[in-house]
Design a protein around this ligand. Sequence first.
Ligand code: HEM
Length: 171
Amino acid sequence: MSDAVTPWLHILAVSVWVGPQFFLFIAALPAIRTIEDRQARARVMRVIVTRFGWLAWAAMAVIVLTGISNLFQVGGDTPLSWSTAFDFRYGRIFAEKMVLVGITVGLTAVHTLVVGPRQLALNEQMNADPTQVARLRRVSIAISVTSLIASVLAIFMGALLANHTYSFEPD
Ligand code: HEM
């Protein structure tokens, strides 16, 4: 029973990481764009994006900690150990999952630290060049979509790992 706690927290944090990204794309951003007053629109955007950033990074910290904890729980009556992991599908799938995690974390960092702040600053400049705004928006969307796809694939890899009849087959 206590073994269920970290997988539960892992999945909970994954849903907190991924869920708001879908919500932002599908509901919040299109809604914000309908605000005609530019200053009000820029303010609403800053509040939502900043809080979304805190939420996402807190969730990622929990994902990484619980993911590491999950690793120490795998095994039990199964043939997995650190030295043999790559003899099974488990090792390869885990490595692929870590590449996807690296991609999503790296792209989110670029978005949070570089592209996002530039977008917010441009939104707040009343005389910003519309071509520059549009170009940065395209870059921002490309980064966010790629990061979201990497996260969704990482969820699939997690599901494959957790299916031990599949992942503990020899590779
Ligand atoms: C450093 C980062 C991570 C580590 C070390 C890690 C590790 C693990 C481990 C060991 C498992 C359990 C597999 C098993 O039961 O044998 C797992 C499950 C899972 N992981 Fe991760 N993970 C990490 C990040 C992520 C990320 C970023 C996502 C998605 C965005 C994710 C999604 C999942 C899912 C959906 C499961 C299946 C849970 C279940 O059904 O038990 N993980 N992870």
